[in-house]
Ligand binder design. Structure first.
Ligand SMILES: C[S@@+](CC[C@H](N)C(=O)[O-])C[C@H]1O[C@@H](n2cnc3c(N)ncnc32)[C@H](O)[C@@H]1O
Length: 197
């Protein structure tokens, strides 16, 4: 993606902030961070949106969502796990706050958002990536990384577990081909709540 396109996205109000995560992707993330029903850990969905993550979690669970006047930045409780799809336009501050209120988090972020500078800041905050998956949600603009990050001293022989998930070329909501102009193709974009044809 060119710098010009990236800049034009960032200038949009709340650029890429409302993105609805398909259930299949949520399941991949829950599995990656070894979250199981009945696990009895204190987990936070920091930006609930329509509840893609929250609805799949067991109690004890909490959520934040600015549209419901529950601001993540006002939440200073401590969590065993934070899992979600954070708003892209405020990612630096989002990560900064995440580091202060959990031991482990699992986020899906745009591939180009995982910058060396952010990784350096992560290390300075005593967090490191334990696992990562490269994927492309068919109706989303860019590829994404799913990362599971842990707090603690990084071991010298720490190897990041890396994998990829090919999610196919069909819309994960309606199962129709997507990305083409064909009238049968799903035209859904990441910020859409419904499929479009
Ligand atoms: C990328 S969407 C993810 C929505 C949902 N979790 C999902 O994956 O389908 C990001 C969400 O963050 C919310 N949000 C933005 N700023 C926030 C804040 N300061 N505190 C809590 N939620 C916020 C937006 O309203 C939006 O619903």
């Amino acid at each position: 993606m060119s710098v010009k396109i990236m800049k034009s996205i960032q200038k949009r109000e709340n650029a890429n902030d409302k993105i609805y995560t398909p259930p299949q992707v949520v399941d991949i993330m829950l599995e990656l961070c070894e979250y199981k029903k009945g696990i009895n850990i204190n987990v936070l969905d920091p930006c609930k949106g329509g509840g893609a993550f929250y609805n799949k979690l067991d109690y004890p669970k909490s959520f934040c969502e600015i549209d419901q006047n529950i601001d993540f930045f006002d939440n200073n409780n401590f969590y065993d796990l934070i899992i979600g799809n954070p708003p892209y336009s405020i990612l630096d501050n989002w990560l900064k706050h995440t580091y202060t209120i959990c031991d482990k988090f699992c986020y899906i972020i745009g591939m180009y958002s995982l910058t060396p500078k952010r990784l350096k800041t992560m290390e300075e905050n005593n967090f490191h990536i334990e696992k990562m998956i490269l994927t492309q949600v068919p109706t989303w603009f860019s590829r994404s990384y799913i990362i599971v990050c842990h707090k603690g001293i990084k071991k010298k022989d720490n190897n990041i577990i890396f994998d990829y998930k090919f999610l196919g070329n069909k819309c994960l909501y309606c199962n129709k081909p997507c990305g083409g102009a064909n009238k049968d193709h799903c035209k859904r974009r990441s910020a859409d709540k419904e499929c479009r044809y």
